[in-house]
Design a protein around this ligand. Structure first.
Ligand SMILES: C[S@@+](CC[C@H](N)C(=O)[O-])C[C@H]1O[C@@H](n2cnc3c(N)ncnc32)[C@H](O)[C@@H]1O
Length: 215
């Protein structure tokens, strides 16, 4: 599927799901929380949430960066963004900003100490370009943590891969041409798979940008 077509379908799929995200929010919460531990955020940090959906990571990210830090979030689906902004307004969070944009092109001012992408990179039309853009926005020494899904890697359960692929394609506009991990390994200075779940289908990766990369 062409990039523009995939992006348009992505918007339609996620607009539709924007008001029915409660189950995904609850079921994946412990994994997201563990993934966000790897950001090692501190008070005053600036963090980017890529493909934020309805803002499921905001409370934790905001709590880690404190009043003096800030969260900038981006999502391509206008309905997801509306839900995320509604969450921000409801809580009165003044240091959380939500942008409606494509992760491959978004260009907020300034650098980020860290970036988080949960369950979003594999559904993008071009994960490699999205990774490159996020990496560009990271400050030297910054951390990018990705929690995502992929095919079963080894063992007999690989027989389920075509089924898994079809389901994720239908449910989430998953892009089988994306190899998120490969993109992270290519673009990032340091890439570690730090957690795996369900025969490696779920995985969390921590990437670091070298502190001297801006010199
Ligand atoms: C499965 S949801 C993940 C939401 C949330 N991060 C979570 O952990 O549940 C995937 C999100 O990625 C967004 N997305 C897909 N392609 C995108 C793109 N190119 N740029 C920005 N966001 C995108 C979708 O609109 C959707 O809200």
């Amino acid at each position: 599927m062409a990039t523009d077509e995939h992006l348009a379908r992505s918007r339609a799929v996620w607009d539709r799901k924007s008001d029915r995200y409660g189950m995904s929010e609850r079921d994946f919460e412990p994994i997201r929380e563990t993934a966000m531990d790897y950001l090692e955020l501190g008070a005053g940090d600036r963090v980017l949430d890529v493909g934020c959906g309805p803002g499921v990571n905001f409370e934790r990210l905001r709590s880690d960066v404190g009043e003096s830090g800030s969260v900038v979030a981006v999502d391509y689906s206008p309905e997801m963004v509306a839900n995320a902004r509604e969450r921000v307004d409801r809580h009165g969070w003044e240091n959380v900003e939500v942008l409606c944009a494509d992760a491959t092109e978004v260009d907020p001012d300034g650098e980020f100490d860290a970036a988080m992408a949960s369950l979003s990179m594999a559904v993008m039309p071009d994960a490699r370009r999205a990774v490159e853009n996020v990496y560009r926005l990271l400050a030297p020494g910054g951390t990018f943590v990705v929690f995502d899904l992929r095919r079963v890697q080894t063992g007999p359960a690989r027989v389920f891969n075509p089924l898994l692929w079809r389901f994720l394609r239908w449910y989430a506009n998953w892009n089988p041409e994306n190899d998120v991990l490969e993109a992270l390994r290519t673009v990032s200075d340091e890439t570690d798979v730090v957690e795996t779940y369900a025969a490696g289908v779920g995985y969390t990766v921590r990437c670091r940008k070298r502190p001297d990369s801006g010199e």
